[in-house]
Design a protein around this ligand. Structure first.
Ligand code: NAX
Length: 328
């Protein structure tokens, strides 16, 4: 039998953690033949709740789950980690300025990055879900100089999946017939869901829709503000859909994108498409043999350029702010 893959989940007692852990333990993250060992990281007051979740995981008797460890020490939780899912973060509370938010998250993601640097396996894969996800990923990455920068990614797959369904509803085509959609930039309200290169049932999506008012005034804001709409409706933020997207992100990274398709991941920029090098920004990527690559050569029209630039500028400002705080 294979050696278990160690998956560390931070914020394990939170609502995304609760929706995520059972999917991982059942084999949906890495595949039906890959045993997993779970390391749960929580803050001390939430350890008891994490233990409760671990009891329920035990009660599922998942054949692929080889063990569960719970800790409030990142140095313990990231020991031997193959896949790190950084979900726990400091949410923005009332009256909190952006600087305060970034500083509070620096206090979480800097030590976690350091612990990943010191204790994870060499080919660790990191996905940051906790917001502000792109910049938290940048902070963790900067604290892990011995880990290749490309190992640090942030999640825009939920935005990608949201955009797939909105486009499916507009065109009447099932999501399985939609390919090559892209989320560019920051996982924030400035993100840009791009359908100009997307295909619906083999035809160009933007031409099929042929409705720039819908694009600018419905599609883009609906995708970008979906998180707020979920809170409004559910009285709590997206959890199962966020967990699902995290599963999709890692599964695609490890197992590859389908032939002729791509996905969206926030990854360290190599300067492609005018995105300043090093910013963790969302791009169209293909995955193969466990590695991702930015899709090259796409023509960016003016409509897209303006929106990509706006989101990337926001990321650059966040980078400046965390630099100013001494976090990079
Ligand atoms: P919850 O508040 O339910 O859970 C967060 C958990 O993290 C809590 O149990 C808390 O104790 C724990 N935590 C806090 N600091 C920690 C630390 N230093 N180490 C370990 N654990 C720590 O939030 P939940 O709804 O699960 O959301 C988690 C994060 O995901 C939030 O930052 C949220 O904004 C973000 N999201 C990101 C999305 C994305 O697409 N990238 C979408 C969904 C979600 O909004």
């Amino acid at each position: 039998s294979r050696t278990p893959v160690t998956v560390t989940v931070t914020g394990a007692a939170g609502q995304i953690g609760y929706a995520l852990l059972f999917r991982i333990a059942s084999g949906q993250l890495l595949g039906p033949d890959v045993p997993v060992k779970l390391n749960l990281l929580e803050i001390t007051p939430a350890l008891k709740a994490a233990e409760g979740t671990a009891m329920e995981l035990d009660d599922c008797a998942f054949p692929l789950l080889s063990g569960i460890d719970i800790s409030d020490d990142p140095n313990v939780a990231f020991a031997g980690t193959n896949v790190a899912l950084l979900v726990g973060a400091r949410p923005r509370t009332k009256g909190m300025e952006r600087g305060d938010l970034l500083e509070a998250n620096g206090g979480i993601f800097k030590p976690q990055g350091r612990a990943i640097n010191d204790h994870a396996v060499d080919d660790v894969r990191v996905l940051v879900v906790g917001n502000p996800a792109n910049t938290n990923a940048l902070i963790a990455q900067a604290a892990a100089p011995d880990v290749p920068a490309e190992r640090f990614t942030a999640m825009t797959r939920l935005d990608h999946n949201r955009a797939l369904t909105q486009l499916s509803k507009k065109t009447g085509a099932p999501v399985s017939e939609i390919r090559r959609l892209t989320i560019w930039g920051n996982h924030s309200a400035t993100q840009y869901p791009d359908i100009f290169h997307a295909e619906v049932a083999g035809k160009n999506a933007a031409e099929t829709v042929n409705d720039e008012t819908w694009l600018a005034e419905e599609f883009i804001p609906t995708v970008a503000k979906r998180g707020a709409a979920i809170i409004e409706a559910r009285g709590a933020s997206s959890a199962a859909s966020a967990a699902n997207a995290a599963v999709d992100h890692v599964h695609t990274w490890v197992n590859g994108t389908a032939e002729g398709d791509w996905t969206s991941m926030a990854i360290p920029s190599d300067g492609s498409y005018g995105v300043p090098e090093g910013l963790i920004s969302s791009f169209p990527v293909t995955c193969r043999d466990g590695r991702y690559e930015i899709v090259q050569g796409l023509e960016i029209n003016e409509f897209s350029r303006t929106r990509i630039d706006a989101s990337v500028n926001e990321l650059a400002e966040e980078r400046e702010a965390v630099r100013g705080l001494g976090l990079l």
